[in-house]
Each structure stands twice: as C-alpha cells, then as structure tokens.
Design a protein. Sequence first.
Length: 147
Amino acid sequence: MLNSRQGVRVRALQERMARALQDQRSGRFRRRAFSWPLLRALFLLAIVAAVGCLSARGFAPISPGPLSRAHESLNGALHCTDCHRFGSAATLKCLSCHTEIAGRLGAGKGLHATYKLPKGNDNACSKCHSEHNGEDFALIKWDTQDL
C-alpha cells in the first residue's frame, strides 16, 4: 500500500506520462529550452582548440622543432609519418624520398657509399643530416675528422 506522499508522486508521474503520450499522438512535442550561451561557449572553445592544434606552438609537444628550408613542406604534425616510421622503434624513411642517393648506395657509388652504411637503416642519415633545428639550419654536417 502506498502512503499519501508516494501516491501523490505516482499520480503526478502518471499525469506527465499521459500528457506526453497525448502530445505525441497529436503531433505536439514539447521542446526543451536550448541554452544558446552554452552553445556559443562550446563553439568558441572548439575554435580555440583547433587554432591551438594547428599553430606551431600547438605542435611543440609533438614536434621537436621546425624543419629546414629544404623540408619545410613537411612541417607540422600531420606529416610525421612522411619521414618517420613508428612501431617498436621509431625509424627514419629518408631513402623513400631521396631515391637518387638510395640508388647510388645500392650500386656502391658516391660519397654515401664510402661510409659503409648498413642497408635498410635510414637512421644513419641523421648522423650527418640533422633535422628539426629550424629553417636556417645547415643540413650537411662536415666532420673533417671523418674525412
């Protein structure tokens, strides 16, 4: 048996359900009041987040720095996999683009072949050609002790 307080709640609930059913059958739906200030705040937050992600500073935790002028078209976090292969160990993909050097290495000709670089290991390129040091950084490091 319901006490009077529970009975009032049950009746109120039954009345709301009956009104909702009647509104649904008649095609009248009650719309909830929408919070435009909340929508504007969310939209503004999304814009700020997008601008932050697309700016160079937004990529700072992802990218260690801007690329040289020769590779500036590859700047930004959307191009990481153009140069880097990720997996158990991150590796470089230099010879995927620098096919002329890959060909000379394969033929055992040219300056790069004299270094006896291990085949299939593009990480050796970074010993002389360091990236992510800015657009004015010289990509060629000549160590006169190695010559």
